[in-house]
Design a protein around this ligand. Structure first.
Ligand code: HEC
Length: 147
């Protein structure tokens, strides 16, 4: 009896501790990464709108976006759907298409870095729009609607 109770306590603790179970926890790595993407995009859009692109700051934001793009697939391990997550099951049943969406994002993020480095407002503007299309393309296909 005691060992059985210990075993169930252990299971409960393990489940609670598994990072992917807490999809909408503040500490969920996917939530943190996606939220940071939005923050970095907003910061860059603000600079473009103000027509004041400080190259070092712009590149810092673009670098963060590009780094997230490179680890995008790792943010979606098998079995990380459900539990409040809006990840569509098609991510895993159609993994090559998800990989293609992530690759498109990585391409757009690399172009954003180049635009940020150039410091040219029009270039940054165009690159931001392209990245935004890439975010939206993936969300449209692979993110469930809000419930
Ligand atoms: C390759 C696919 C893909 C790309 C590219 C992508 N996302 Fe996402 N994003 C998702 C999926 C899938 C979810 C739902 C994840 C979940 O709920 O578990 C999501 C969720 C989010 C969320 C909600 C996070 C939360 O937990 O509340 C935000 C914000 C977000 N994305 C912003 C962005 C921005 C901004 C970009 C582009 C700069 C971007 N995403 C690019 C697939 C993508």
């Amino acid at each position: 009896m005691i060992s059985l109770r210990l075993a169930s306590v252990f299971i409960v603790i393990t489940v609670l501790a598994a990072p992917w179970v807490r999809a909408h926890d503040e500490n969920d790595p996917r939530h943190k990464a996606m939220t940071a993407l939005t923050d970095n995009m907003k910061a860059l859009a603000g600079m473009a709108k103000a027509g004041d692109v400080r190259r070092d700051r712009a590149l810092g934001h673009a670098d963060e976006i590009a780094a997230t793009a490179r680890r995008m697939l790792a943010l979606f391990p098998n079995g990380s759907a459900g539990h409040g997550s809006r990840a569509r099951p098609e991510i895993w049943t159609d993994w090559p298409a998800f990989e293609a969406a992530a690759a498109d994002f990585e391409r757009a993020a690399a172009a954003l870095r180049a635009a940020a480095r150039s410091g040219a407002v029009a270039r940054l503007d165009a690159a931001l729009a392209d990245v935004g299309r890439s975010c939206g393309g993936c969300h449209k296909r692979f993110r469930l609607p809000k419930t």
